[in-house]
Design a protein around this ligand. Structure first.
Ligand code: 5GP
Length: 192
């Protein structure tokens, strides 16, 4: 078991509706040493892969992506999220994503000049659940004419199936903790 899996078992709380609360170390309190380990671990797992830029989505992805950017020595670009209608601006890429946790559709927005055609992009995010955030980020990469070379996820909820669907389509996804089962009543979690 790795450091993130151990921490999830120790401090993660399983809620009804397939939600894992990790606020004590990942997305409310930030355990910097754990983040640092995650950054190094992504670097190790994607060793040899050419990465020009890391792309994540606000807000919880930013800390993890920043640590990864530190080890890859590349800039970190984060997509902004806005649930309100955004004016279709010529200088922005926009894709929609339904939020699993907040049950609203967010517009996911990146300024065009920050993502260049041909750039090799590694996507980093905190959770992979139904895959809406990842679908939106890959749409933005495609709109930019950039290339998605890999995806690094802190916690993948494998039972929601999105990760396996993306992998079947040839996407390279590395998840540091891949959960196959969790139960809110007993607060038990099983990793793959
Ligand atoms: P997806 O778009 O893959 O359905 O969900 C990804 C986003 O939803 C993540 O960026 C994360 O912010 C949030 N999310 C999904 N499932 C969970 C969960 O079980 N716990 C927490 N804390 N966030 C989640």
């Amino acid at each position: 078991m790795n450091r993130l899996e151990e921490r999830i078992l120790r401090d993660g709380v399983v809620k009804e509706g397939n939600v894992l609360k990790v606020g004590g170390f990942l997305n409310h309190v930030i355990d910097v040493d754990l983040m640092d380990w995650m950054g190094q671990e992504f670097k190790r797992r994607f060793e040899g892969l050419q990465v020009d830029k890391i792309l994540t989505i606000e807000s919880s992805g930013i800390a993890i992506a920043t640590m990864a950017g530190h080890y890859f020595h590349v800039p970190v670009l984060y997509a902004k999220k806005n649930p309100r209608i955004v004016t279709m601006d010529d200088d922005k890429y926009v894709a929609d994503a339904f939020s699993f946790t907040h049950k609203v559709t967010n517009h996911v927005i990146v300024t065009k000049s920050y993502l260049q055609p041909g750039e090799k992009v590694l996507v980093i995010d905190d959770f992979l659940a139904n895959g809406a955030a990842l679908t939106a980020l890959s749409s933005i990469i495609e709109q930019a004419g950039a290339e998605l070379v890999g995806v690094g996820i802190a916690v993948e909820k494998g039972m929601q199936g999105a990760g396996d669907r993306f992998r079947a389509n040839g996407m390279r996804i590395e998840s540091l903790a891949l959960i196959d089962e969790m139960d809110a009543e007993t607060n038990t979690i099983k990793f793959r």
